[in-house]
Design a protein around this ligand. Structure first.
Ligand SMILES: [Zn+2]
Length: 109
C-alpha cells in the first residue's frame, strides 16, 4: 500500500548519515587502493577546480578566511587552512556570519 506521507526529518537525517558513512568508506577504500602517482595525478587534474562543475575556482577573502568560490555554479569550498582559521578564531560565529553574509546576493562578483 503506497502512502503519500512525507518522510520525517529524523528519517531523512538517518538516511543522510547512512549515505555519508557509505561515502566515507568509499573514500577510505579508494585512498588505500590508489598509488601515490595516481593520487598526484588526481590532485594535479582537480586542484583549484569546483567539485560540482569543474570550473576554475576564484579565491575570495572574507574576514580573514579565503573562500574558494565558483562563479559558474555558485558553489564554494573552504580548504583546511580556512577551517583551521575559522575554528581558531575567538569569535568563530562572527566570522562564519561574515562568510554566510558574503553569499547573500550582491556580495559576490
Ligand atoms: Zn562550480
Amino acid at each position: 500500500m503506497a502512502t503519500d506521507k512525507k518522510p520525517s526529518t529524523l528519517e531523512e537525517e538517518y538516511f543522510a548519515r547512512e549515505d555519508a558513512e557509505r561515502l566515507r568508506k568509499l573514500h577510505a577504500d579508494e585512498q588505500s587502493s590508489l598509488r601515490q602517482g595516481q593520487k598526484d595525478a588526481l590532485r594535479s587534474l582537480h586542484a583549484g577546480r569546483c567539485s560540482g562543475c569543474g570550473a576554475q575556482l576564484v579565491p575570495e577573502q572574507v574576514s580573514g578566511i579565503v573562500i574558494q568560490h565558483c562563479p559558474a555554479c555558485g558553489g564554494a569550498f573552504l580548504d583546511k587552512r580556512a577551517w583551521d582559521t575559522l575554528h581558531a578564531h575567538a569569535d568563530s560565529q562572527t566570522v562564519m556570519g561574515a562568510v554566510l553574509n558574503w553569499f547573500k546576493a550582491g556580495s559576490k562578483p
